[in-house]
Design a protein around this ligand. Structure first.
Ligand SMILES: [Zn+2]
Length: 159
């Protein structure tokens, strides 16, 4: 499925502006595609194995699909086999924020975007070194941008 992001209408989306985003749920609903809204704002979960990012090994940066905040780099991505894109470390300490989540009869740690507080996924303590953490993230709420260097190399090879 192709996420046709209507970025034009989403005026808070920015990959350079780091100021906190505070939109009402009503406004979010207007600017986000339905699938992104469902996960980001209603704390939904995409079906496992449905994200194109789950197996992706492309080099680049993953951004919050709701606000454009840089979240994860491809070099901290690993194959967890859990069905969702998994990372062992966010880009910076402020990229994401955490909250205790005791829904669905489990106690988990919810991971949210540090800029807009959109729901991203959960973090578990069974990841690989060096952090031992597994950030299990819904691909729908991620935007990926290929690293310029990697893209250049690829194009050079092609041409
Ligand atoms: Zn965000």
């Amino acid at each position: 499925m192709d996420n046709n992001k209507e970025a034009k209408k989403n005026s808070v989306y920015s990959r350079t502006d780091t100021s906190k985003v505070n939109l009402s749920e009503e406004d979010w609903k207007k600017v986000l595609p339905a699938d992104v809204y469902y996960i980001a704002r209603q704390k939904g979960t995409e079906r496992p194995w449905t994200s194109k990012f789950e197996e992706s090994k492309e080099i680049g940066t993953y951004y919050c699909a709701a606000c454009g905040n840089a979240l994860f780099k491809s070099d901290t991505k690993f194959e967890s086999g859990c069905g969702w894109p998994s990372f062992y470390d966010p880009i910076s300490k402020t990229s994401v924020i955490y909250e205790r989540d005791s829904s669905h009869g489990m106690v988990r740690t919810e991971v949210m975007c540090g800029r807009c507080k959109s729901h991203l996924g959960h973090v578990f303590e069974d990841g690989p070194p060096p952090t031992g953490l597994r950030y299990c993230i819904n691909g729908v709420v991620l935007d990926f941008e290929k690293a310029k260097e990697a893209e250049k190399k690829f194009n050079d090879k092609k041409g």
